[in-house]
Design a protein around this ligand. Sequence first.
Ligand SMILES: [Mg+2]
Length: 227
Amino acid sequence: MGAFASALLSLALAASAAAQSISVPRELPNLGKLRLELEAYHDCRGQYGCYAHDLDDETAMAIADLERAVRMNPSGVKLAVVLDIDETSLSNYAELLRSDFGYNAQAWDAWVRQSDAPAIPGTLRFYREAENLGVAVFFITGRPESERAATEANLRKAGFTQWARLTLRSASEAHTPTIAYKSAARQRIVTAGYRIVVNMGDQMSDLRGTPQAEFSVKLSDPFYYIP
Ligand SMILES: [Mg+2]
């Protein structure tokens, strides 16, 4: 083979190798794949673990924390627990799935007004244990005051039948950062003479800030993020 033919052959081989290789860029996780992984996690399929089992484990830990706090409580001190609502007490997974894990304010509002979200089973067990132990239950949610009636109806329908107080965002708190809004609501509970023994939420912003509960329990929620 002459030098020219040999060079042509090398070029052809290089071109063929290039056609077969895929250069993979460094990139962020693919949203479409993440959605499939979220569904698999929720449905306990594949390699991503099992949402329901994780929630059961996390809420069982919260029940143990609650029971320990009650055992160690000197008599006469009023005890309280704090519960977030969305993805803590109530599951909105049906709507999350329907909306393809996107967020549309109007669609979300319509869903909330249906008052149809089921309870997260472990949190309902926690709630019933608090009730049995005579511990006051306070709900603190980022939902607005305008959704109070729908939220109360949904809580009752899901089995959360009574509470000491349900705090929703007032119009003046509409833009308050979550940590500041929720901390202020906890402060009002402490000021009313309660010891907050357990606070449970699916976002770190449900738990951070001062005052804090003696035990703060973070529930799994890979579906959305509230700073
Ligand atoms: Mg929540």
